[in-house]
Design a protein around this ligand. Sequence first.
Ligand code: SF4
Length: 267
Amino acid sequence: MSVEVSTLTDVTASAAPTGKTRRSKKWDTETHLGLVRRARRMNRELARAFPHVYCELDFTNPLELAVATILSAQSTDKRVNLTTPALFLKYRTALDYAQADRTEMEELIRPTGFYRNKANSLIRLGQELVARFDGEVPDNIEDLVTLPGVGRKTANVILGNAFDIPGITVDTHFGRLVRRWRWTAEEDPVKVEFAIGELIERKEWTLLSHRVIFHGRRVCHARKPACGVCVLAKDCPSFGLGPTDPETAAALVKGPETEHLLALAGL
Ligand code: SF4
């Protein structure tokens, strides 16, 4: 059981002991088939909540997405999107990255943080792509994860968004939410990826990843989730972790979909 679910138990225990017992029991006795059905139902609800999901990093080809994803580590997509136009203008091919002047590149990517390590990864990425893949970004996870700066998370982002090959992207939002929902208790991102892959249809993997990350950024926040206006409330074992009063919860919703999300909640 995750820490977050334990917190829920504390919250509901003081508020409504009878309801809490019923809710806990319901989730504790859920079968695997029940979980699959619930997970797929929640994915459909998320699709209703976020009909227009997309990769929040700007890119026009697989190389740019690989670079942007590497830069996004310990940074925000917004910050990366402010940084990449000048970078992409100067470095257009894998060879450009392979032959880059390190100091110049560091200056360009400095705002994203950890710029020395990241410049190192980008130059080595260019070198590896030129040496082993004719300068092209490979379209399979086995090759992608052999590249500098590319772990499974980055590889799945590239596959799903640049090549249209289904991939599950486990970032901090994704991990936090699927544990709150008791889709899995795993903490290790790779184990989470495989566990969720067994619950959700393969063709849905990329869109599911976007939807969950959108929900984590806009509604189901780490500290104060907006439970009172959440489309997943009836299927969520952690309902009550945040405010359940609709008016209070509404104030916690963020992002451009706020009006749509509140309308779905009847506000
Ligand atoms: S009800 Fe919604 S906002 Fe609250 S914990 Fe569950 S998913 Fe997150």
